[in-house]
Write a protein that binds this ligand. Structure first.
Ligand code: NAD
Length: 352
């Protein structure tokens, strides 16, 4: 198996180093090669997705990514900014399905801003379409009108087959869980998502065991805070999923706990934490590496088909939390506050 390691920017290198440490401790036969992306790609080759990085990713079975971005690149032309590298690699690898589990570990019930009875036992999976929607739709841009006023344009588009293939991922995953899919749209206002609702409804006839419901995105944002445990699998488009998955991440206490997988049609995947590059805490050895370590577990499960080692990694994370180890973002009274690297060591120790 071949794995491309793309640490990226900010806390990326620190958290990826911990995930690699855990992966190496499993002693699997995985060939790992590292390459720059994002701001690091721009520094190394003048491109947030250098050709060599893209080739390495294409030739690998999976990609482990840290995060990209730093405010110091905000003034670069748009196509040179770190985030462009990320959007391009997702598109180039055809990673259309983004899986973001939001799972609340009992040990962290106090870290959530919501009452424990609202969130304890939470286990939901948000499935976000990743290569279409308003983030990619043409026409786009900022132009000047005849009267001299500027106008910004983005276009929300989805075709039927794009909706059907992400719907299928959601239904297949629901079949392995509690057999409930909630499809999120804004069908009362946006024709693009009216089509989304029609296609999801058609697809549901192929999955008679799965209960399909529909919800408008504004209500979904509210329900996630009011009663998040009503959801099993949520499926939605790129922009709604971007926002709702960040909201869901906060239910669990810290964005530093949430892994993600982005898959193509053959389960080749890119695995990364749900959070960004956190430039505010980069280089201080205080970032939480658990989201990245849990992303390795998802990689073992979805691309390498190795459920037993995936569970081993997840159980080691649980064991480290049960032993009281906490990084600064999730620390509560009476716990052992540790840095990024020590947290990685705790997970490796629990593996052994
Ligand atoms: P962010 O997720 O980087 O940080 C938000 C807050 O969460 C910060 O206070 C940060 O310190 C904290 N945080 C994030 N990850 C953490 C971790 N592992 N442990 C402890 N605390 C953590 O989002 P932002 O501040 O909006 O963006 C910073 C940069 O990251 C920007 O350049 C943005 O474009 C980029 N970004 C990249 C990705 C990605 O690579 N997938 C995603 C989102 C944002």
């Amino acid at each position: 198996m071949k794995l491309a390691i793309l640490p990226g920017d900010g806390i990326g290198p620190e958290i990826v180093a911990q995930a690699v440490k855990v992966l190496k401790a499993l002693n699997l036969n995985i060939e790992m090669k590292e390459a720059p992306i994002g701001g690091a790609g721009y520094e190394a080759a003048g491109d947030p997705l250098p050709d060599a990085t893209l080739q390495l990713a294409k030739n690998s079975d999976a990609v482990l990514l840290g995060a990209v971005g730093d405010w110091k690149y905000d003034k670069l032309e748009r196509h040179l900014r770190p985030e462009r590298g990320l959007l391009r690699i997702r598109k180039e690898l055809n990673l259309f399905a983004n899986l973001r589990p939001a799972l609340l570990y009992p040990e962290l019930a106090d870290a959530s801003t919501l009452k424990p009875e609202v969130v304890s036992g939470l286990d939901l999976m948000i499935i976000r379409e990743l290569t279409g929607d308003i983030y990619f739709g043409q026409p786009r841009g900022i132009s000047t009108l005849e009267n001299g006023e500027r106008e910004g344009i983005n276009t929300m588009r989805y075709n039927e087959s794009e909706i059907r293939r992400i719907g299928r991922v959601a239904f297949d995953i629901a079949m392995k869980r509690n057999k409930k899919v909630c499809s999120i749209d804004k069908a009362n206002v946006l024709e693009t998502t009216e089509l989304w609702r029609q296609v999801m409804t058609e697809l549901s006839t192929e999955y008679p065991e799965v209960e399909l419901t529909h919800m408008y995105v504004d209500n979904a944002a509210m329900q996630l805070i009011r009663a998040p445990k009503q959801f099993d699998v949520m499926v939605t488009g790129n922009i709604f999923g971007d926002i709702l998955s960040d909201e869901a991440s906060m239910l669990t206490g810290s964005i530093g706990m949430l892994p993600s997988a982005s898959l193509d049609a053959n389960n080749k995947g890119m695995y990364e934490p749900s959070h960004g590059s956190a430039p505010d805490i980069a280089g201080k050895d205080i970032a939480n590496p658990l989201a990245t370590i849990l992303s390795v577990a998802m990689m073992l499960r979805y691309t390498f088909n190795d459920e037993s080692n995936a569970l081993k990694v997840e159980n080691s994370v649980k064991a480290s939390l049960a032993q009281g180890y906490r990084t600064a973002d999730i620390v509560t009274h009476g716990c052992k506050k540790v840095g990024c690297s020590a947290m990685g060591d705790a997970v490796v120790a629990a593996l052994n």
